[in-house]
Design a binder for this molecule. Structure first.
Ligand code: CMP
Length: 155
């Protein structure tokens, strides 16, 4: 069972629709630690670096316009299997296909305006965390509630 860190972005639609608190609550409710968080404006350069694998795709120009249109919030979540579990909490890319109970399934009806981004694997998590945060901006701490989220003999 791996203790992992993953990058999450609350995209411009999440900030503008005043869904930040409800979205962050889902990660806190699950028991994840937020070990870094900041609001920023994504530049076209940062968008191209972050979404390098999508730059040549037909939807990229619209994606760049969207992600740079308004501030976002970047955060780093820490927890057991955090990369996979966070993606499951988000749901499928399209809000119309995402299962009910997921963030996108409950709050989005769009493929582009899908509210939240999360790293899709360990390599992406390491790369994306380094894009948005300096090492000194990450905090390590043990919440006092930890013993009430998972039994100590579960490994
Ligand atoms: P995200 O998980 O941040 O990864 C890439 C983003 O591109 C995705 O969420 C959507 O916001 C956007 N995206 C992916 N596929 C499409 C598509 N077919 N059309 C428009 N936007 C897309």
């Amino acid at each position: 069972m791996a203790l992992e860190r993953t990058l999450v972005l609350l995209k411009p639609d999440c900030v503008q629709r005043r869904l930040m608190g409800r979205v962050i609550s889902r990660f806190e409710d699950k028991g994840f630690n937020i070990v870094a968080m900041k609001m920023l404006r994504v530049t076209p350069e940062l968008a191209k670096t972050h979404y390098a694998e999508h730059v040549a795709k037909p939807f990229y120009p619209a994606l760049e316009s969207f992600i740079t249109a308004s501030p976002i919030v970047a955060l780093v979540l820490e927890g057991l299997e955090a990369i996979r579990v966070t993606r499951e909490i988000l749901g499928a890319t399209s809000g119309l296909k995402a299962a009910a109970g997921t963030i996108r399934g409950d709050f989005s009806g769009s493929r582009q305006m899908n509210l939240v981004h999360a790293s899709d694997g360990p390599d992406a998590a390491a790369r994306e965390i380094a894009l948005y945060f300096q090492p000194g901006e990450l905090q390590s701490y043990e919440p006092s509630l930890t013993p009430w989220f998972r039994a100590s003999d579960e490994g």
